[in-house]
Write a protein that binds this ligand. Structure first.
Ligand code: ZN
Length: 327
């Protein structure tokens, strides 16, 4: 009886926390003619839309050697320590551990500081060597059948990776690492109690946004890069699927979303929202919003304080902007 109670309590806490940012979708194959797009995080390396600014992914020096030392954490025997992150791994994974840390230290730290206004300290990153280990340590609710090589998640301010750099999709792991790093950094910035005030669609939107900047540079075209942007385009042109307003996005996009269309809308519209706000209100607007949200604990007020616009004004602006881009 006690065990059942504990299980229900644990489930309730997990659900209520609203911070399970598992990257599902790796088994979703919406376009069977092109297996390269079978993961919702990754489209391979996109075309560069701003030649003046090379993407951070092209700047990573993987030959930089980070020091290794013995560890004894969660069954991991080794660690590599940088200034913001500590990567835990098993013996034999040292080369990939070094690559993971290179992405975070050389790419992640700068991106998080520049666009979110804060950077993590001592953030743990765990490199699981098997699906069983990944599902167990990451407490992954999607089950083993929904995990693919190169996947990641960040449910509690820590990053969990399954066989990073073991995938065959070019550029997948780098994007996943930057993406999960956003979730983990946001969790640590707000803390366990306050992370729930950050709406899921904005959390996902920020994670995808920085993932795309990492891969393509800051001048990327959102309708080129947003995974399943066809849904946004069809939504504008035909009304199907019906695009969601900001309040609806905040209500419907939380936790683990099993409905594919809703999942893609939450991520796609979330990314478009973040992209639009940053393009229109400047590089520091996301940092202002996050800092304000931590104080006010109200995302509508925080958006208003950061942009000077009400939620409905912003919603209208974003709709109009999307319409004009779709043409
Ligand atoms: Zn995510």
């Amino acid at each position: 009886m006690k065990i059942i109670y504990l299980a229900i309590l644990t489930l309730a806490i997990v659900l209520l926390s609203g911070c399970i940012q598992q990257e599902k979708g790796s088994t979703v194959v919406p376009n069977t003619t092109n297996p390269m797009t079978s993961n919702d995080e990754i489209k391979g390396l996109p075309k560069q839309t701003n030649a003046a600014q090379p993407p951070p992914s092209s700047q990573i020096d993987y030959s930089h050697e980070y020091p290794a030392s013995a560890a004894n954490v969660n069954g991991f025997e080794m660690k590599k320590t940088g200034s913001g992150f500590i990567v835990y791994y098993h013996p034999g994974d040292e080369t990939n551990a070094n690559k993971v840390l290179a992405v975070l230290e050389q790419g992640g730290l700068n991106l998080y500081k520049k666009y979110l206004g804060f950077e993590p300290k001592d953030m743990p990153v765990y490199m699981a060597a098997s699906v069983d280990e990944y599902v167990k340590i990451a407490d992954f609710p999607g089950g083993k059948e929904n995990v693919a090589v190169g996947d990641g998640s960040a449910p509690n301010g820590k990053i969990y990776l399954y066989k990073p750099f073991g995938e065959t999709i070019a550029g997948k792991t780098g994007g996943v690492i930057i993406h999960e790093g956003v979730h983990a950094a946001a969790y640590r910035f707000f803390g366990q109690d306050k992370i729930r005030y950050l709406p899921g669609f904005l959390n996902e939107g920020m994670a995808h946004y920085l993932e795309y900047i990492f891969k393509a540079g800051s001048g990327f075209d959102p309708l080129d890069l947003i995974y399943h942007s066809d849904l946004l385009i069809n939504g504008v042109k035909t009304g199907n699927p019906k695009l969601l307003g900001l309040e609806e996005l905040a209500q419907k996009c939380d936790g683990y979303i099993s409905d594919d269309i809703l999942n893609f809308l939450c991520r796609g519209q979330g990314t478009y929202t973040v992209w639009y706000i940053k393009e229109t209100y400047g590089e520091e607007v996301l940092g202002k919003f996050l800092m304000n949200l931590k104080q006010t604990q109200n995302w509508q007020n925080a958006l208003n304080n950061a942009t000077g616009k009400t939620t409905s004004q912003l919603e209208q602006e974003i709709q109009d902007n999307l319409k004009s881009r779709v043409g």
